[in-house]
Design a protein around this ligand. Sequence first.
Ligand code: JFZ
Length: 466
Amino acid sequence: MKNSLLFLIFIALWFNCFSQTYTPPSDPKVTANLAQWGDKKFGLFMHWGIYSIPGIVESWSINSEDADWIPRDSTKNYDEYKKWYFDLNKQFNPVKFDPTIWANYAKKAGMRYVVFTTKHHDGFSMFDTKQSDYKVTNAAVPFSLHPKANIVKEVFTAFRDQGFMIGAYFSKPDWHNENYWWPRYATPDRNNNYDIRLHPQRWKNFKQFTYNQLEELMTDYGKVDILWLDGGWVRPKATVNAEVLSWGAPIPAWDQDIDMPNISKMARAKQPGLIMVDRTVHGEYENYQTPEQKVPEKPLDYPWETCMTMGNAWGYVPNDNYKSTNTLIHLLVDIVAKGGNFLLNIGPKPDGTLPEPALQRLTEIGAWMDINKEAIYATQPIAPYKTDNVCFTRSKNGSIYALYLLDEKIKLSSKITIKSPPKMPKKLTLLGVKSTIKWRKLGDNLEVILPVGIRYLKHALVFKLD
Ligand code: JFZ
């Protein structure tokens, strides 16, 4: 009897510990902030750094792993290339940088929060850190003389002034820092390049450096709502799971534990209620999950956000292939109908402006949001979530919306079907149209007679079922 009870307890603990990938926050302030963030639905992700100057992949080209998605100029040997890349700081001079323009476009597009790269894996700090000279405000950087040189402060202020929630992207690994990539050894892959078990003090120094930089960001840059920590391979070894193994990168024999409990204690003392996203590490410091470049098939039963590039690259690359406005709106609708947020990324150009195709898409998305935002903001998923090309959302006051995705290549017929709506309405309206909408029940479906003269409604028709 006793053994079987012990066995059952063991199974329960195992299940809870390993099968669960989401740990709800225990702090009510975090829970409240998470709900506020969840209502925002649409955010702007921005990757901006020295990689934007040549228009190449952010940081990764100095990583020596042999992967097709890590291109590198092969006319230089690796050490020459790394020096060339790290010296790009001496060319950073975005003279047209004006984050107020960025914030205005993003707000008009319907975006309500921003996540900005304060430091990517290459270690170049886009803020005036006192922990390193490898920063935008150092005299080696031409832009350091500009009044807006403390870029993170300027970006956070400009977006906060427009009512945005503020997110700080911060890379846990720092490939420029001598206590992560020790110059004494080669740098064969993304991991720190020495055995921490043999050099504990060096790793201790790196933990302190990281803590100090995060303390600066949590102290000197105003209210920060989200700490978005990237570089998931920097984690306690015990947390390495199938997802990490799927990345195909070497797993060190030692522990790259950055001491999240210590960071979290400080960060939340400075920023009460701070949402923390220790990406892919899961556990109590990942308050929401961040599927990257993909949308989950079904709604998830925990908070989540799809992060996705508007083009193909996170940073600015010339002639990037930007997704159409139609595709972007369909992604937003699909994500929101499944209960997620859409963090859409734009990489600013080396001169500080946003690429024209990105501005055009922000403007067009904004025109659609102006008409249909009530079906997006502060909504919840409602079964059946999506049938064919129709997504469903539910507002907090109980209104149900059917978002009928339009294919730009197909002429819209005068009669459309909404399959298996969550309920049969007493009254049906089409957002953006004053006239009443004729419809009839066909079995479990709604057949809708579209009014004439609605060609100005593009990308998705949004019906309100009252
Ligand atoms: C990470 C960053 O590395 C990337 O540069 C970008 O900032 C993105 C938003 O976040 O993306 C990853 C994450 C994991 C891997 C590669 C890129 N991986 O495991 O190979």
